[in-house]
Design a protein around this ligand. Structure first.
Ligand code: HEM
Length: 447
C-alpha cells in the first residue's frame, strides 16, 4: 500500500519523516498572540490567529500543545492516543497523597481532586467506555425528552420569580438556580441541600481560574468539599429510599464496573452512585448553567433574532445552536497523549498535555464563514462547543435542551426584556466563558 492509500489516522500516526517533523518546542508561544483564557481575551486572540493561516498550533511555556483550529480539534480528538488525563496526571503524580483526606484536607486542593478522580473525564480504557455508558444511557435523546416537562416547570417557576421585580442578575437568579433545582429534583435533594448547593457550585467554579492565588484555591476547594458531601449524601439517601429512577439505574449499573483502581492511566472506579454522580454532575450543575445564560446573552445582544423567534418558534434550535457556538461556556479543556502521536507534522510525545481550545473551533472562519455573525441560516453542524470523538460531552443533549427551553419560555411569553449589555462582565483568565453578572429587567407587557 502506498503512503497515499493509507487511512488518515494511520498517516497521522506514521513515524516521523526525517526533517519534516516539528517538535512542540518549535511552535510559537500562545502568549505571542494573547490568551485563550477569559472570554474577552479569548475572542481577541481568535481574531488575531484566524487572520494568520500559517500558525497551525501553539504551545504553552510548560510544554503543552495548544490546538485551536476547528479541523484540528475535531480530527485530533478522534485518535485513541489523544486520551483523557488520569488522576495522576491531574495531580502531577501526587494523587495517592491527595487521596488521603487527613494528609490533604479540604481547602488545600485535595477535596476537588478526590471528587474529580471519579469523573469519566479522568478515565481511559478499559474503564472509560463502561463508566461513560452509565451516564450516556441516562442522557440519551429519548431520556432527555422525558425530562422536558421537569425543565419546563422549573423554568416557568424561575421566570415568575424574576419577572416584575426590577433588575436581577440572570446568571445568579436564573442560570445557577435552573441546574441546581433540576438536579435536586432528580437526585432527591432537600430544599436546604439545594440552597447550599447553589453557593457551593458558584464558589467551586473558581477551579476554572487558570492562575489562582492560595486564597482562591482555599475557597474553591472548601466549596468542592461541601458540594461533594452534599451530593453524595443526597444520592446515598435516594438509593436507600428508592423512587428516583435515574439514581436507581446508576446505582445498579455501577455494580458492573469490575475494575481495579489505576490512578496512572485507566482511572479510579467510583465506589457507588454517590461518588459517581458527585463527580460526573460537576458540569451538569455548573457548565450547563453557563450554557443557558450564555445562550440567552447571545440572543439578547441580537434583538432582531428575538423578533424572528417570537414570530417563528421553529427557529429555536438554530438560535440555541448559534448561542452555544458564539458564546461557548468551555473555552479550553485538556486531552493527554497516551502514546506518542504525530499529528499534522507535529510530534506530540507520550505524556504531553494537550490544551484543546474547543471554544476557538467555533470562531474558525474555515468552519463558519463570518464567524462572529449570528445567523439562523447556518447548517447546524461542525461546532466544537461540546468536544468531539468518543469523549464528546455526554451531557450535551441535556444542556442543549435546558438552553432551548429557556429561550422558548422567554420568547413565548409576553415579556419585555431590558438587557443591560454594557453592565455585563466576564471572568478574566478562566478556562470558561462565565459571566460575573448579567443584569436584566424582565417585565410582563400586558398585566
Ligand atoms: C453547556 C454545557 C456543557 C458544555 C459546554 C460541556 C462541554 C464539554 C466538553 C468540551 C467536554 C470535553 C469533550 C472532549 O474531550 O472531547 C466535556 C466532557 C464531559 N462532560 Fe460536558 N459540557 C456541558 C455539560 C455537561 C453536562 C450537563 C454533563 C453531565 C450531565 C457533562 C458531563 C461531561 C463528562 C462526564 C465529560 C467527560 C466525557 C468523556 O471523557 O468521555 N457535561 N464536556
Amino acid at each position: 500500500m502506498s503512503r497515499t492509500d493509507e487511512p488518515d489516522s494511520a498517516r497521522r500516526n506514521a513515524g516521523p519523516a526525517e526533517g519534516s517533523i516539528l517538535e512542540i518546542a518549535d511552535l510559537p508561544l500562545v502568549e505571542t498572540y494573547g490568551s485563550f483564557s477569559g472570554r474577552d481575551s479569548f475572542r481577541d486572540t481568535c481574531r488575531k490567529l484566524f487572520a494568520l493561516p500559517d500558525v497551525p498550533f501553539l504551545r504553552t511555556p510548560d510544554g503543552q500543545l495548544v490546538v485551536f483550529r476547528n479541523e484540528h480539534l475535531r480530527t485530533l480528538s478522534t485518535l485513541p492516543a489523544a486520551g483523557n488525563m488520569s488522576p495522576d496526571a491531574l495531580s502531577a503524580g501526587s494523587f495517592e497523597a491527595l487521596r488521603d483526606e487527613a494528609a490533604a484536607p479540604a481547602g488545600t486542593g485535595g477535596a476537588l481532586v478526590r471528587i474529580l478522580a471519579n469523573q469519566v473525564f479522568f478515565t481511559n480504557a478499559p474503564l472509560h467506555d463502561p463508566a461513560r455508558r452509565i451516564l450516556t444511557k441516562q442522557l440519551s435523546p429519548k431520556a432527555v425528552a422525558a425530562l422536558e416537562p421537569l425543565a419546563e416547570t422549573i423554568i416557568a417557576e424561575l421566570l415568575a420569580e424574576i419577572t416584575d421585580v426590577g433588575e436581577v442578575d440572570f446568571q445568579r437568579h436564573f442560570g445557577d438556580e435552573l441546574t441546581c433545582r433540576f438536579w435536586a429534583a432528580l437526585i432527591g435533594m432537600t430544599a436546604e441541600e439545594k440552597g447550599a448547593l447553589v453557593e457551593f457550585v458558584r464558589d467551586m467554579s473558581g477551579m476554572f481560574n487558570i492562575d489562582p492565588t492560595e486564597h482562591d484555591v482555599h475557597v474553591f476547594d472548601m466549596a468542592a468539599d461541601g458540594y461533594g458531601k452534599t451530593v453524595v449524601q443526597a444520592v446515598r439517601r435516594a438509593v436507600a429510599s428508592g423512587g428516583f429512577p435515574l439514581v436507581d439505574a446508576i446505582a445498579e449499573d455501577i455494580k458492573g464496573l469490575e475494575f481495579s483502581d489505576d490512578p496512572a492511566i485507566a482511572g479510579i472506579v467510583p465506589r457507588d452512585a454517590g461518588d459517581y454522580l458527585a463527580a460526573n454532575l460537576v458540569d451538569a450543575f455548573h457548565t450547563a448553567a453557563l450554557g443557558a445564560s450564555n445562550v440567552v446573552y447571545t440572543m439578547l445582544r441580537h434583538p432582531c433574532v428575538l423578533d424572528r423567534l417570537r414570530a417563528d418558534r421553529s427557529l429555536l434550535p438554530a438560535a440555541t445552536f448559534e448561542g452555544f457556538r458564539l458564546e461557548p461556556p468551555v473555552l479550553h479543556l485538556h486531552r493527554y497523549a497516551l502514546e506518542e502521536i504525530v499529528f499534522e507534522g507535529v510530534r506530540i510525545p507520550k505524556g504531553t498535555t494537550i490544551m484543546m481550545c474547543w471554544g476557538a473551533g467555533n470562531l474558525d472562519p474555515k468552519a463558519f464563514p463570518e464567524p462572529e455573525q449570528f445567523s439562523l441560516d447556518r447548517p447546524m453542524r461542525g461546532h466544537s462547543t461540546f468536544g468531539a470523538g468518543v469523549q464528546i460531552c455526554p451531557g450535551r443533549i441535556l444542556a442543549f435542551m435546558l438552553a432551548e427551553k429557556t429561550l422558548d419560555a422567554l420568547v413565548s411569553q409576553d415579556l419585555s426584556l431590558n438587557f443591560k449589555e454594557g453592565d455585563c462582565d466576564w471572568y478574566e483568565k478562566w478556562a470558561m466563558a462565565q459571566l460575573k453578572q448579567m443584569p436584566i429587567e424582565i417585565q410582563r407587557m400586558h398585566q
